[in-house]
Design a protein around this ligand. Structure first.
Ligand code: NAI
Length: 457
């Protein structure tokens, strides 16, 4: 029986980052991961492959539309080559984690972990029994498969299959106007599919600032995506060579493929939590305290399997905080400073409170807004669509939230996350020098707008 200081279950961006940090802090670390490749959903079938497709299809789409100052003729799509690029990117990333594990002396156990007790974990496939002083659960999430959907993973699919369609579907229906639905909907739209997004609520990207949702809806519609809000999908099933979607009210839609993107669920299947004296809440999450400890103080849980947004970087921050709490007695995640980015084109991004949240909390705020169309760099790029909005406290000027839509706005908002993390005021960001001509000036001007007034508007 192996005795580790820390046993991590799951090697996604939560678990693998925690394992590396723990090793850096001198812990003897073992990791159990059921997949052959390390990196979890994010690296294998999530963030990384979807970005490989988004980046490349964006260039293809631009070229098709006509580049500024150039005409491209005879452009054809090589889907197998595009998929091969995506697979190579995934391989380079997952192998990178293998390298980091070896470099940090982290032991790897391939197989499915099941608790035998609160101190002992069995690796099902190999029969190894592992024990450790601390255990970290980082098992992530899986696509939510609602009972009204018959998923055959071919005609009715999840995000995993939608990363690898063998051909461009003529008609693709996406159920759910959230992050996955839009990112993957945009990829296949750019490749030539007729894409319809069906969203139950009155706006797409519901947790985001409502002004962004509305702006995003307008832009995606202009690009040719069909977006229908306030439609409730009641049934989805494969039929013939395609699939059939039934809406509340009796309308029936048909498509070659249907992507189900109605959320993800915390993944604890087969983990035997009950053997460790643990249970999940009504939404399948493992309850944790502010230090990410479960009710067993030596068992921690992080990432998609606990409360909070299902984001890779949130899981990584929690992994580091959990491990530092084990070793040093303290660890902290600043949840308000966790940015959220939708990697479509234009990107949609936000960090901190939305306007709706500030109103609900009764926090007085002021708004500074600057459009891409007033930025010299954005004009030079031909990217005049979008804006950045800074929300600051009405009395103290402290930045409470920053939201934006526009080219590379996810990168522009990195600074906004830092501003929130450092508890900066709008004046701080507005006075800080920014390179000219760069897109970052849009944030500076929006901050100036929240403080007193922008220069270029
Ligand atoms: P989501 O929760 O973002 O969106 C699901 C959408 O489906 C919601 O808008 C919901 O109202 C809608 N919906 C639910 N039932 C419906 C029905 N019967 N008919 C029509 N619409 C219905 O979930 P999604 O997009 O599946 O993503 C899962 C998780 O993965 C999210 O937490 C997201 O944050 C994360 N993710 C993050 C990415 C990023 O940060 N760039 C990329 C992809 C996923």
């Amino acid at each position: 029986m192996e005795a580790y200081d820390l046993l991590v279950i799951g090697a996604g961006p939560g678990g693998y980052v925690a394992a590396i940090r723990a090793a850096q802090l001198g812990m003897r670390v073992g990791v159990v991961e059921k997949e052959k490749a390390l990196g979890g959903t994010c690296l294998r079938v999530g963030c990384i492959p979807s970005k490989a497709l988004l980046e490349t299809t964006e260039r293809l789409y631009e070229a098709k539309k006509g580049l500024i100052g150039a005409k491209v003729e005879g452009l054809t799509l090589d889907l197998p080559a595009l998929m091969a690029h995506k697979d190579r990117v995934v391989q380079a990333n997952t192998q990178g984690i293998d390298f980091l594990f070896r470099k940090n002396g982290i032991a790897r156990h391939q197989g499915t972990a099941r608790f035998l007790s609160d101190r002992k974990v069995l690796v099902e496939e190999t029969g190894e029994e592992l024990s450790a002083r601390f255990i970290l659960i980082a098992t992530g999430s899986a696509p939510l498969l609602p009972p009204w959907a018959e998923v055959d993973f071919e005609r009715v699919v999840t995000s995993t299959e939608a990363l690898s369609f063998p051909e461009v579907p003529e008609r693709l229906i996406v159920v759910g106007g959230g992050v996955i639905g839009l990112e993957l909907g945009v990829v296949w739209h750019r490749l030539g599919a007729k894409v319809t997004v069906l969203e139950y609520l009155d706006r797409i990207l519901p947790p985001m600032d409502a002004e962004l949702s509305r702006a995003a809806e307008r832009v995606f519609r202009k690009e040719g995506l069909e977006i229908r809000t306030r439609v409730r999908v009641q049934a989805v099933r494969p039929e013939g060579k395609g699939a059939r979607v039934e809406l509340e009210g009796g309308e029936v839609l048909e498509a070659d493929r249907v992507l189900l993107a109605v959320g993800r669920r915390p993944y604890t299947d087969g983990l035997g939590l009950e053997n460790a004296g643990l249970a999940t809440d009504e939404r399948g999450r493992i309850p944790v305290d502010e230090h990410l400890r479960t009710r067993m103080p030596h068992i921690y849980a992080i990432g998609d399997v606990v409360r909070g947004p299902m984001l890779a970087h949130k899981a990584s921050e929690e992994g580091i905080a959990a491990v530092e709490h084990m070793v040093r007695g303290f660890g902290h995640v600043d949840y308000l400073a966790i940015p959220s980015v939708v990697y479509t084109h234009p990107e949609v991004a936000g960090v901190g409170y939305t306007e709706e949240e500030l109103k609900e909390k009764g926090i007085p705020y002021k708004v500074g807004k600057f459009p891409y169309s007033a930025s010299g760099r954005a004009r030079a790029m031909g990217e005049t669509e979008g804006f950045v909005k800074v929300l600051a406290h009405a009395q103290t000027d402290r930045i409470l939230g920053v939201h934006g839509i526009g080219a590379r706005v996810g990168d522009v908002l990195a600074e906004a996350a830092l501003a929130l993390f450092f508890k900066a005021s709008a004046e701080d960001v507005g006075r800080a020098p920014h390179a000219h001509p760069s897109l970052s000036e849009i944030l500076k001007e929006a901050a100036l707008g929240a403080w007193e007034r922008p220069i270029h508007l």
